[in-house]
Design a binder for this molecule. Sequence first.
Ligand code: MN3
Length: 255
Amino acid sequence: MTDLNRRDFLATGAVAAGGAAIGLGAMGGSRAHADAPIHTPAMLRALFPGAVNEQGEYTLPELKYEYGDVDDAIDEQTMMLHHSRHHQGYVNGLKNAEEKLAEARESGDFALVQHWSRQSSFHGGGHFLHTVFWDCIGPGDGGMGGEPEGPLMDAIERDFGSYDKMMAHFAAASNAVEGSGWGILAYSLAAGKLVILQAQNQQLLSQWGIVPLMCNDVWEHAYYLRYQNNRGAYVEAFPKVINWHRVARRFEMLG
Ligand code: MN3
């Protein structure tokens, strides 16, 4: 999927137009309309690279870079623990919750449905947001830092006024998350524009109908070894390791 250029993307979508596919309209100033490109389920799953394997099972995504490669903002040991321990825990928790809910459907005993629904939301939110987090930082595919270009920059300027205003809003949202959580730059499928949100833990305060494009994990486990309780210093350093090329590609997948 990631090798497709825009023309191939559109052509492939046209082939799939008769199947189970949906059209989104993220590009330029246009909102969703009748001739918007058609997106297959496989194309949309590519927004969460490595989150499921070919069998549809939840998996820990492999990073496209080494743990030490984002040391400008995040130290190697934190990256290793965060990816291999914390994120793996969310994958395991999501699988377990879905197994327990399947057992409940089999037995008809839904006494614990609230508990396992919460577990599914918490661990699922963790799995999918971390998948985006790893994808939106690190070297490769054009490199880290700088500013976005192309349709994503156009949309940032349209929806936030400027890149600097967007990043000031993003940093403020990340700093002000109450407790553990996330700052998230997302595309609203519902509104056809970019939005900045907070998430408490992994799953609260979200809107439905959004696709996270770029996010910063502000749980202490994401920064504590180097920054201790100084979340602000971590949030300030984070833009050094954003890979805007991959973020832009995620955005352009929606167009
Ligand atoms: Mn985390």
